[in-house]
Design a protein around this ligand. Structure first.
Ligand code: UT7
Length: 332
């Protein structure tokens, strides 16, 4: 058996936050944000209206319907997020409850910006092993409550947005139209180049104290330049690895859907790979960087726009905190 994506869905909050809106909160400008990141606006969730799990549930319902299935057909959930509703258990359990799928296994993973590709790879292994036939793969994030929207946190705060994307992955005997391969990597030497320290357990005090908040332990720490430099190298490596594993060349790619980290990273990778603009899908201008949600949202949008068609060779590629990087090559 092989695995195949049979349904895609996404949900973004309708609360649009423009770069101009951010200039009311911090010293920044529309020009700086657009030039350095390509972002024009992003979505922030509304408290009381959305949660991480509720956005994922909406995205999943859409994906399940488009696969022509009922929620009760789902046999397993693999849910990637670094911004769960609770510290534990993960939001996958809340979504499972919402979809009334009591009893099926839920695998909650983090893996940061590479979360969706890691989750897809996990689903692919379970399907290839014959253990399950229908798996729901999710990436969902609420980043807006984690960022410091004062001038102090501006390098991070302008980048991130909220949203969720989902894919139904099903078993298929078809050796052609399927997930061809997935490739996962990590390098923990750079863990502190993009991280949130607290609430950490290896502390002399309780895992969360007022001092930790005052010292910025709950703030996102990002060495933007280091992330950028590693990302452009690792993205290309991961894409080339996927192409080589399947005897393909970059000119064979119908559509590359990269994690939406920064338009300059996407553009750099596009040029390195010798791809035309129409071979790369970007929507960072509308949604910012939604971490694990960015690839499934972009893939779903591309599919809705008719840019992912039967027979197309689609490449997913990600890089993020950890550091992690990953790719997937799919014959649609
Ligand atoms: O999914 C992975 C998530 N993370 C990433 O992908 C991050 C990758 N890195 C990046 O995208 C870029 O490094 C950033 C967009 C974060 C920053 O762009 P940069 O071109 O590397 O700028 P920089 O950090 O070198 O900062 C340049 C200047 C600094 O001022 P000085 O020291 O030159 O006076 C910053 O203080 O820009 C300043 N700056 C800002 N100015 C206006 C930093 N953030 C802002 C801001 N608005 N939001």
């Amino acid at each position: 058996m092989y695995s195949k994506i049979t349904g895609l869905g996404y949900y973004v909050p309708d609360n649009v936050v423009t770069n101009h809106d951010l200039t009311q909160l911090m010293e920044t400008s529309d020009e700086w944000i657009r030039e350095r990141t390509g972002i024009g606006e992003r979505r922030f969730f509304t408290y009381g209206k959305e949660t991480n799990a509720s956005m994922a549930t909406a995205a999943s319902r859409q994906a399940i319907e488009r696969a022509g299935l009922q929620p009760s057909d789902i046999e397993m959930i693999v849910y990637a997020t670094i911004t769960p509703d609770y510290f534990f258990p993960g939001s996958g359990f809340l979504m499972q409850r919402e979809l009334d799928l009591i009893g099926i296994p839920v695998i909650d993973i983090r893996e940061q910006c590479s979360g969706f590709v890691y989750a897809l790879s996990i689903a692919d292994q379970y399907i290839k092993s014959g253990a399950y036939k229908t798996i729901l793969v999710v990436g969902a994030e609420i980043q807006s409550t984690w960022t410091d929207k004062s001038t102090k946190g501006r390098n991070v705060a302008v980048i991130f947005g909220d949203g969720a994307g989902a894919a139904v992955v099903q078993a298929t005997p078809d050796p052609t139209h399927r997930v061809l391969s997935t490739h996962l990597h990590a390098d923990g030497r750079f863990a502190e180049d993009l991280y949130i320290k607290e609430p950490g357990s290896s502390r002399p005090t309780r895992a969360a104290t007022h001092e930790m908040i005052d010292e910025g332990g709950f703030d996102v720490v990002m060495n933007g330049n280091a992330v950028f430099k590693h990302a452009v190298v690792r993205f290309a490596e991961a894409i080339n690895e996927a192409l080589q594993a399947n005897g393909c060349q970059s000119s064979d790619i119908s559509l590359l859907v990269p994690h939406q980290a920064n338009i300059r990273i996407s553009e750099f990778v596009r040029q390195q790979m010798g791809l035309r603009e129409d071979q790369v899908y970007n929507n960072i201008h509308k949604f910012g960087n939604t971490t694990a949600a960015s690839i499934p949202i972009a893939l779903c949008e591309a599919w809705e726009e008719g840019r992912v068609k039967e027979g197309d060779l689609v490449c997913l590629a990600a890089f993020g905190s950890g550091f992690t990087w990953a790719s997937a090559l799919i014959r649609w």
